[in-house]
Design a protein around this ligand. Sequence first.
Ligand SMILES: *Cc1c(COP(=O)(O)O)cnc(C)c1O
Length: 245
Amino acid sequence: MSTSEESGVITVGANLEEVRQKIVQSCEAAGRDVSTVQLVAVSKTKPLELVKEAYASGQRVFGENYAQELVDKAGSIGESDVVWHFIGGLQSNKANMLVKGVMPHGTLVVETVSSLKVAKKLDNAMSEFEDKKLDIFVQVNTSGEESKSGVAPTEVAELCNQITSECERVRLKGVMTIGAPGDISCLEALATCRDEVAIALGMEVKDLGLSMGMSGDYEVAIANGSTNVRVGSTIFGARDYSNKA
Ligand SMILES: *Cc1c(COP(=O)(O)O)cnc(C)c1O
């Protein structure tokens, strides 16, 4: 069966199936249980129709980079079992609207926390949702590139420590990185950070996730221990940014 394109129409379901199969194969090659790897389908800039197509193919976890776009999609998809991962740069003045805009419609996970300030804003916003907790990842700048956000690897354990002691409504689920394309040392660096956080917090390594790997490198990332791969263009096709500032 042909996959990515069929008479110009992107076949999301077929693309998803192919990615899922590759995840299974990568897990088998690495001797890992496939249940330890979650696929986040990155739908940023893509219309709601394509998100619905993926939903119809069984996908429940989606990634978005723009707070307003995520809030809009969460409010209009009409399915409450979607888990939305925010994976874009998060300004602290958007944290409140992100939480309050998404939580009533589904589940929110914020993967890009890189300061105590943002964590506290998220924590405050969660006070409206009494018994619920917000799952977060701390973003690490593993490549050292100035253009990439995230905290320096040497500061991750301390930040995680502060967040877990000062923000009672957020739950630390792991660490996340974008990394430099093709640079395995970024994947290794994130795994090292995760191990350091586990020691600093007295947590078990298996309870802290590693969010790394995108369309170009998710198989390599799984070989290096990723538990959360964020795949966009391979599922939804190339993105058009012309309507984004
Ligand atoms: C856009 C994006 C992705 C998905 O990228 P693809 O190369 O399209 O798979 C993953 N992670 C982050 C943080 C992104 O911004």
